[in-house]
Design a protein around this ligand. Structure first.
Ligand code: AMP
Length: 446
């Protein structure tokens, strides 16, 4: 009887402990759904990509621009378009204490154009070529390659109608992706013409779809009245089936847009950028005119667009500036890194530190501190043990950090006024005078 009581008690204790454990786990604070921490182990590839982006843009003389993380909601509603998914469904909008409606930026073009107008950048320079790297926010359903906070880099050229800029931006995007080692890429281009030619085409498309209106998905039926071109963006198979024989915009664009498009194609050929014309590439946003383009990867599943953009000759005026033509693109960094991983692209250099200092005797801590300070002042990446670990454990740590050199401080050598430095690549060792800082620095720097 006593044994049974004891067993019951033990089971109860175990159940309570299990319950508490679960409670604890569920109460643990976590990153918000759709957001991700970028951990130290991933930083190397992010920095590599960001440096490459800055280098390529700089070689085309684009200057970096940074804008605030939030803007007045009105800016996005006016520029991107009230009927788009971004504005209609995906924005993180909130009211601040002054009751102003603010939105975390879902894309960058509107912010860049707002800054361009606000600071009269067009008056200081007739052509402004700008690039950015920034976090964006959209409340979408998270999945591989789709997050709620994600990062984009991109470029915007404001002040010229030249098709050279359309081609240049496509070439920049393609170069960055190629330099990362991506091969499975397809560049898709299209032209949407100017609004007047688009209006004629919209009428035709509406007439074409009128008879089969009831067969369209609910979303597409809504778009029929609000934003008919966006029907082409539908992922519903039956919608795409209905659109198969629909008239395509590119056959109805105005003469000037056609000539513009021809030059873009010629320039892309000249730079050997392989591209295909996708007459159904309308892109989701309202502000595009003439050229639109996307670069897709065959290696990231359903979210295959790595980058997208186009010309927006009417946007600056729409935001309240002087009429100024513009063209730009945005590329998603998380998706690009995913494609790199899936293609096993990105040959990153090994992360290492220059020097790890091993303390052989405990009493030498302040000497090690002092030595490290001196080497670091001279630009070396240096570390040592802060946890009073054994020599063996310190050596393990040096290997973990891929130290190129290890410096032993202590023992008989130290008493004789010397330090032993070991090249971890060759195994070579050398004794150097205790105060001979420059010899060690020069040896490690080489
Ligand atoms: P967009 O501004 O919609 O033209 O997007 C440009 C690029 O940003 C896309 O091609 C994607 O690579 C990336 N992107 C857009 N939305 C997301 C998202 N929710 N999560 C991750 N990347 C995104």
């Amino acid at each position: 009887m006593r044994v049974l009581k004891y067993t019951c008690l033990k089971i109860t204790i175990l159940l309570i402990r299990d319950h508490l454990k679960k409670e604890n786990i569920t109460n643990m604070l976590k990153a918000i759904t759709g957001t991700k921490d970028i951990l130290p182990s991933e930083i190397t590839k992010w920095k590599y990509l960001e440096t490459l982006v800055a280098d390529v843009f700089t070689s085309y003389n684009y200057k970096e621009i940074r804008t605030p993380i939030f803007e007045e909601t009105n800016l996005f509603a006016r520029s991107i378009g009230e009927e788009t998914d971004i504005v209609g469904k995906e924005m993180y909008t909130f009211r601040d204490k002054g009751d102003t409606s603010l939105t975390l930026k879902p894309e960058m073009t509107a912010s860049v154009v707002r800054a361009f107008v606000e600071h009269s950048l067009g008056k200081q320079q007739s052509l402004n070529k700008l690039f950015y790297i920034s976090a964006m926010f959209r409340q979408e359903r998270p999945q591989a390659g789709r997050q709620r906070q994600f990062h984009q880099f991109g470029g915007e050229a404001l002040g010229s109608t030249s098709p050279m800029l359309d081609a240049e931006l496509i070439i920049i995007a393609y170069s960055i992706l190629s330099k990362l080692g991506l091969k499975d890429l397809a560049v898709k281009i299209n032209s949407l013409g100017v609004p007047s030619s688009r209006e004629n085409y919209k009428k035709l498309l509406r007439e074409f779809l009128n008879d089969s209106k009831n067969k369209l998905s609910e979303d597409s039926r809504k778009r029929l009245d609000q934003n008919i071109l966006r029907i082409f963006d539908s992922k519903v198979e039956s919608d795409q089936e209905l659109l198969k024989d629909a008239p395509v915009l590119i056959d109805y664009i105005d003469e000037e847009s056609r000539e513009h498009f021809d030059v873009v194609k010629t320039l892309l050929n000249q730079f050997h950028v392989p591209f295909e014309i996708d007459p159904k590439l309308v892109r989701g946003l309202d502000y595009y005119t003439k050229t639109t383009f996307e670069i897709v990867s065959g290696k990231v599943g359903s979210q295959s667009a790595l980058c997208g953009g186009g010309r927006y000759d009417l946007l600056v005026e729409q935001i309240g500036g002087e009429p100024t033509p513009g063209v730009g693109f945005a590329a998603g960094i998380e998706r690009i890194l995913l494609a790199c991983e899936n293609e096993q692209a990105l040959n990153l250099p090994n992360e290492n530190i220059d020097l790890y200092i091993i303390r052989l005797d405990k009493y030498l801590s302040s000497k090690v501190f002092d030595l490290a300070l001196n080497y670091r002042k001279n630009g070396l990446i240096v570390d040592y043990d802060y946890l009073d670990r054994s020599v063996k454990a310190q050596m393990r740590e040096a290997n973990k950090y891929n130290a190129r050199f290890v410096l032993f401080v202590g023992g008989g050598e130290f008493l004789a006024g010397k330090l032993n430095i070991k090249n971890m690549g060759t195994g070579e060792q050398k004794l150097i005078g205790l105060d001979d800082y420059s010899e060690i620095i020069n040896l490690v720097r080489k």
